[in-house]
Design a binder for this molecule. Structure first.
Ligand SMILES: *[C@@H]1O[C@H](CO)[C@@H](O)[C@H](O)[C@H]1NC(C)=O
Ligand SMILES: *[C@@H]1O[C@H](CO)[C@@H](O)[C@H](O)[C@H]1NC(C)=O
Length: 217
């Protein structure tokens, strides 16, 4: 009998870990991040609820276009728990993304969030690559008012394919989605990944690998 209940408990645990793929459910109304918190927890420590103010749930700045004068030709303005302390433990965040003509948001992934993106202005080519079926590439062109979802953990990108600037708003299913940009992670790691690993992995000449590694992103 004890063994049976143990089995049931283990099963329930393993099922719940599948269901809890995103941020955990909150145990209180809010846990506004305390920027001076000394305790290291999964997330940020809570500010005393009696000291919480309306401003802790407020962010201003998404009306301002990001500066896209950079090699990507794009700029992400994040609204994560760091920028909006009230988001702490709530499992959601957002960002504004600006794109110059032909600007890109390079291939990257969010280890902790699914992302839904809507175009406010311009036209964007968007895509992601799956793990199963292996390396299947899904791609569409979005116009103003269209939305597209990038499933959690998958490599995805955007490119402005219109003639003017493009603007999008992304919503993400984590207060802190995390960002791994493929090129930076592989060729810009510190200390370097041994170039021989990258020569074999990418079928590239060693000189090209060395060049990419020296050109820190
Ligand atoms: C945008 O960024 C570029 C490159 O860093 C800089 O030269 C330029 O002054 C910035 N423009 C504005 C309006 O801040
Ligand atoms: C280009 O975008 C990536 C991903 O957002 C970022 O890591 C990198 O710093 C950007 N490069 C420039 C020059 O802005």
């Amino acid at each position: 009998m004890a063994n049976l209940s143990l089995l049931v408990a283990v099963l329930a645990l393993s099922l719940s870990s599948v269901a809890l793929a995103a941020d955990n459910s909150a145990l209180q109304d809010f846990c506004v991040a305390d920027p001076k918190g000394q305790v290291l927890v999964n997330g940020l420590a809570c500010k005393d609820p009696k000291l919480v103010e309306a401003n802790d749930f407020f962010f201003s700045g998404l009306h301002t276009a990001g500066n896209t004068t950079n090699p990507n030709g794009s700029k992400v303005t994040p609204v994560f728990a760091t920028q909006l302390p009230g988001l702490n433990t709530l499992g959601i965040s957002m960002a504004r993304i600006d794109y110059a003509p032909w600007g890109i948001n390079p291939p990257h992934m969010h280890p902790r969030a699914t992302e839904i993106l809507t175009v406010l202005d311009g036209a964007l080519e968007v895509g992601f690559v799956t793990s199963n079926p292996e390396n299947r590439h899904f791609r569409v062109v979005l116009q103003k008012g269209d939305a597209f979802v990038f499933p959690i953990g998958l490599v995805h990108y955007q490119r402005n394919v219109g003639y003017g600037n493009a603007v999008a708003i992304a919503a993400l299913s984590s207060q802190n989605p995390g960002l791994i940009t493929v090129a930076n992670a592989v060729f810009g790691a510190t200390p370097d990944i041994d170039s021989d690993v990258l020569v074999k992995a990418f079928h590239l000449d060693k000189a090209i690998v060395n060049y990419l590694q020296s050109n820190k992103f």
